[in-house]
Design a protein around this ligand. Structure first.
Ligand code: GDP
Length: 592
């Protein structure tokens, strides 16, 4: 393999997508390799060094252990786009900007309560009570300094952002309930933050509860690699009660302390760039999007390009719903004027005018279409080849259903459709909407995604389109089974049969350069130049193949009918005998 012996350095953990980038290959290739090693991982999943090492080694790389102090490292191109923009600004023009903070943690550990508590106690300008607007981000003031909070709890948004390389946050607050401790989603959040190289502050919540056990949680945190600072580690752990609004000042303090150790900078006069925090279509106002400005200053009337859409900013509001004319770095604003709804995590930038924006959007759409076409033709061809060689004898499915209760019946009724020749192979079945991960899995394994009483979410649909994966959703089980049965029959492909269309007898043999030509008379039917032929000698078939040339009086002809004389040369046959019979036949699809 061409990678043989190439050295590669891997961090302690990274996502499948990042590993693919480092290995210079597609995430699908990595997922396939993982599957081959018994690991089912999706594109955004964190894998540890040991697992990554196996994949890299399989691909011919020589893996180098990470340095103890594996840090931001990497080149500029590893950074999210907005960070690249800032990195390209002249250092003299960079000034400090408010830190952008996102709150992650296990479900029910108090993320929403904490966001509300911070909002009500610390909102800048002291307008606390009156705020009803939720635009997906807000700013608070502590000791005269601003902090921006992303108000989209749960890590769906964070993952979406990170997946697009937009990593919006500078600091992650990890909420861990002191009574419940480190849970699966806590670990996932830690992995996400580590992968994004964003520092973590732990908010040890629900300290008011009688069964709060902070020491136990600290031990659990230390076990995951987040050693509390009071134990000489470098993770700040702040005990709070979001419900009773206690410890919030300490938490703000901690954020500013951590912010001071980082270079949280931007050039307010530089290139405007930022991230879409959320967006929706409002009946009266059209598309409303919340944008987080990350560099430069966004101004009313400018034309922006966000993901695959664009528009001139008609109105701009801050998180309090107050009209503003401009927004600098780390400021969230709600804007109107985009033509279509961009996706959370999309990058936005300012462009000269709408014409320019249209051009860029068209270019991007073209690129997407092209890559979709490329992928589709490849996979179809591959499938066809496999069918021809008899390699494909199963229909692979990824099954998503609405409730746990229907999982088993749906899967088993699908599996019951298997026949002796064709198997239904359900690779993965679970509850919930069809996600990007399901589509990734389907791509990697040439599978079809089946949804029962569920929908495919927008990123999944987009990915399916680019990857040429087929998604089918049903609400009636009978329709689903009928369709899958049809698909099975489609996979079986048409059956072929032979039809003999004529015979010719060898009457003379003429030597030609490199062999012989058979001088024949057509006994019955027709001999066709592009058909197949067998050479029969007595009861034996001595050759089965194709006709190389068919001539009538030295002229090439397409066919010769019964009663005519012709010269026939069969491909790769050098010797004929008088009395041989040439049987001409065609292969065609069998009709039902
Ligand atoms: P999320 O799923 O992480 O957003 O969690 P929520 O903020 O919705 O909180 C889950 C539950 O925990 C709610 O019933 C809250 O009232 C409760 N809760 C949140 N913070 C505290 C706290 O500090 N103390 C106590 N006793 N309950 C809390």
């Amino acid at each position: 393999m061409s990678n043989q012996g190439k050295q590669i350095e891997l961090p302690a953990s990274l996502t499948v997508r990042e590993l693919a980038q480092r290995l210079n290959t597609s995430p699908i290739a990595v997922i396939k390799e993982l599957m081959a090693n018994g690991v089912m991982a999706n594109i955004n999943q964190q894998i540890d060094f040991d697992t990554a090492e196996i994949v890299a080694a399989e691909m011919g790389y020589e893996v180098v252990r990470p340095h103890a102090e594996e840090k931001a490292g990497g080149g500029l191109k590893d950074l999210p786009r907005w960070r690249q923009v800032i990195a390209k600004e002249k250092p003299d023009n960079l000034i400090s900007r408010p830190p952008v903070v996102t709150i992650l943690g296990h479900v029910d550990h108090g993320k929403t309560t904490l966001l509300d508590a911070i909002r009500h106690t610390n909102v800048a300008g002291g307008e606390a009570g009156g705020i009803t607007q939720h635009i997906g981000a807000y700013q608070v003031e502590h000791q005269g300094r601003l902090i921006t909070f992303l108000d989209t709890p749960g890590h769906a948004a964070f993952t979406a952002m990170r997946a697009r390389g937009a990593q919006g946050a500078d600091i992650v607050i990890l909420v861990v309930a002191a009574d419940d401790g480190v849970m699966p989603q806590t670990r996932e959040a830690i992995d996400h933050a580590k992968a994004a190289q964003v520092p973590i502050i732990v908010a040890l919540n629900k300290m008011d509860k009688p069964n709060a056990n902070p020491e136990r949680v600290k031990q659990q945190l230390a076990d995951t690699g987040l050693v509390p600072d009071e134990w000489d580690g470098d993770t700040m752990v702040v005990p709070i009660s979001a419900k009773q609004r206690q410890g919030l000042d300490d938490l703000m303090e901690a954020i500013l302390l951590v912010a001071d150790t980082l270079d949280i900078l931007a050039n307010p006069d530089g290139t405007v760039v930022g991230t879409v925090i959320e967006a929706r279509r409002d009946k009266g106002r059209g598309v409303v999007a919340t944008l987080l400005v990350q560099n430069g200053t966004l101004r009313m009337g400018q034309t922006i390009l966000a993901g695959n859409t664009y528009g001139k900013l008609r109105a701009m509001f801050d998180f309090r719903g107050k009209k503003v004319r401009k927004a600098g770095p780390s400021t969230p604003v709600s804007v109107m004027g985009l033509r279509d709804v961009p996706q959370a995590g999309d990058l936005f930038e300012v462009v000269e005018n709408e014409r320019k924006a249209r051009e860029i959007v068209a270019q991007r759409a073209e690129q997407v279409a092209q890559s979709a076409q490329r992928k589709q033709t490849i996979s179809l061809e591959q499938l066809f080849e496999q069918m021809q060689s008899g390699d494909v004898n199963e229909l692979r499915l990824i099954v998503k259903v609405d409730v746990q209760g229907s999982l088993e019946p749906v899967v088993s009724s699908l599996e019951d459709l298997s026949t002796d020749e064709l198997k239904i192979n359900v690779l993965h079945a679970s509850t919930g909407n069809i996600s990007e991960n399901d589509v990734m899995l389907a791509t990697a394994s040439n599978a079809v995604v089946i949804g029962f009483n569920v929908q495919a979410d927008a990123p999944a649909r987009k990915l399916a389109e680019t990857e040429g994966v087929s998604i089918r959703t049903y609400t009636i089980i009978y329709h689903m089974l009928e369709d899958v049965e049809k698909a099975l029959r489609g996979l079986l492909g048409p059956e072929y049969e032979e039809e003999v269309i004529g015979h010719a007898e060898v009457r003379a043999v003429f030597p030609v350069r490199g062999g012989q030509v058979a001088g024949c008379r057509v006994l019955d039917g027709v001999i066709r130049r592009n058909a197949k032929a067998r050479l029969k000698r007595g009861t034996k078939t001595v050759y089965d193949g194709e006709i190389a040339s068919l001539k009538h009086h030295q002229e090439d002809v397409r066919e010769m009918r019964q009663g005519f004389e012709c010269g026939i040369n069969l491909k790769n046959v050098n010797e004929y005998q008088i009395g041989d019979i040439i049987e001409c036949y065609v292969v065609k699809e069998k009709e039902d």
